[in-house]
Design a protein around this ligand. Structure first.
Ligand code: HEM
Ligand SMILES: *[C@@H]1O[C@H](CO)[C@@H](O)[C@H](O)[C@H]1NC(C)=O
Ligand SMILES: *[C@@H]1O[C@H](CO)[C@@H](O)[C@H](O)[C@H]1NC(C)=O
Length: 368
């Protein structure tokens, strides 16, 4: 049987199930006509040597709403493909080097939470990535570009860099133990920083010497409550490492040497200070925030804070501040509360100022 008669056979089978009669033969005629048209179209496409025609790129929204996913950026089936593909290729990066999960998570924080900016991939701009604050994020920039390219090739459609950064961080969150943020409402649809825009000021990010009041005030400008700030910051620091430079001033006090007996920072547990001082004296290295489960996004760092074993002064402050100490105790005591709250905070942060007037629609939809 050739293709046409096979199609006609299938059509008549449909008629039989439909009960036959006059309606049946009309259906047969229509069906046969369709089959003929379809076959003709297939033959035409084959002779032209062209694959099935792709629709034109989507009509991008001209004025997307700030802070809201722009659903005009991808056709739905393409968004679905990219969601899975970015996760797959980001996970492959983390499997090769599991320390990159933390760096990818920190990358989305530094992309999304600079004052005046949002999740628009401005972190990759020269002004931001070359700032010393972001020095340790540089190592995953090539990975972001690779993941984007691989996902683009697999789906035939290029994701934006902002979506790649956010989804790669989401993959890191899943790899280190939580559910896929898609189950908490995570979506793709972030435009990238417009080419003529300079990016934002990385020094507006918090640093470890700031008071917790200042940090909470800063996070409040992004709409984070004290509770959300707690789960986001201390949850974030339940994976990854910090350079001794960020905490060595807490360790020893020349006038009370050896510093491990009486740390310069009285909010630090002396036995931990002793160990950190010893490790940092060998060479300038990076040490884990959560030395119990450094590769798990979990509540063990909350528990360490209750024992004065936080690495940064600003982390430790969360367990003493009247606006946050109850939350540290809550997550430390009831780990089951953590996962859902962290994922909700992640989704909220990953929407900060998305599609602001500083962003532009993509110049290329199809890969390459
Ligand atoms: C509350 C204010 C915060 C301060 C003062 C702070 C400060 C720091 C510092 C000093 C480091 C070490 C950098 C280095 O030595 O390379 C670091 C690392 C890190 N931060 Fe924060 N951070 C804050 C909030 C957050 C938040 C909200 C997140 C949420 C995702 C986060 C995620 C991370 C991660 C995952 C790392 C480890 C990166 C790696 O291992 O490559 N931080 N942070
Ligand atoms: C925080 O203060 C310590 C001690 O004064 C200093 O060594 C360190 O560089 C400061 N960190 C930042 C980010 O300013
Ligand atoms: C070091 O210890 C002395 C004596 O306990 C104290 O007066 C001083 O403030 C401490 N210095 C620092 C930097 O913590």
């Amino acid at each position: 049987m050739d293709r046409l008669s096979r199609s006609a056979f299938w059509c008549s089978g449909g008629e039989g199930r439909g009960g036959g009669g006059e309606g049946g033969s009309r259906l047969y005629a229509v069906c046969l006509f369709c089959c003929l048209c379809l076959s003709a179209a297939v033959v035409a496409a084959q002779t032209a040597g062209a694959p099935v025609a792709r629709p034109p790129p989507p009509m991008y929204a001209s004025n997307p709403t700030k802070g809201v996913i722009d659903s005009s950026l991808y056709y739905p089936a393409d968004a679905q493909c990219l969601m899975a593909a970015i996760k797959k290729f980001a996970t492959a990066v983390i499997v090769r080097d599991r320390t990159k999960a933390a760096t990818l998570l920190r990358l989305v924080f530094h992309d999304c939470m600079t004052t005046g900016g949002g999740c628009e991939a401005s972190i990759l701009s020269d002004g931001e990535i070359n700032n010393p604050v972001n020095a340790d994020l540089k190592r995953v920039v090539p990975d972001i570009n690779t993941i984007r390219d691989q996902a683009g090739r697999e789906c035939g459609v290029l994701p934006t860099l902002a979506d790649t950064i956010a989804r790669a961080a989401a993959a890191a969150v899943t790899f280190t133990g939580l559910n896929d943020v898609v189950s908490s409402g995570f979506q793709l649809g972030r435009r990238d920083l417009a080419p003529n825009q300079p990016g934002n000021e990385p020094t507006t990010l918090p640093n470890e010497n700031q008071s917790l009041d200042a940090i909470l005030t800063l996070f409040a400008t992004f709409g984070l409550t004290a509770k959300e700030s707690t789960v986001w910051a201390i949850g974030g620091h339940s994976i990854g490492v910090a350079d001794c430079a960020h905490f060595s001033s807490r360790l020893s006090n020349v006038s009370t040497f050896p510093g491990c007996l009486r740390p310069a920072d009285p909010t630090l547990d002396p036995s931990l200070a002793c160990r950190l001082a010893r490790q940092c004296s060998i060479q300038d290295i990076r040490l884990p925030f959560d030395f119990v489960t450094p590769f798990s996004l979990d509540t063990s760092y909350f528990q360490l804070l209750l024992k004065k074993q936080g690495l940064l002064k600003s982390d430790q402050a969360f367990s003493a501040h009247p606006r946050t100490s109850a939350f540290i105790r809550q997550y430390a005591t009831f780990p089951g509360l953590f996962s859902g709250d962290f994922l909700k905070a992640f989704v909220k942060v990953s929407l900060f100022n998305v599609n602001s007037p500083q962003t532009a629609p993509p110049t290329q939809y199809y890969y390459p």
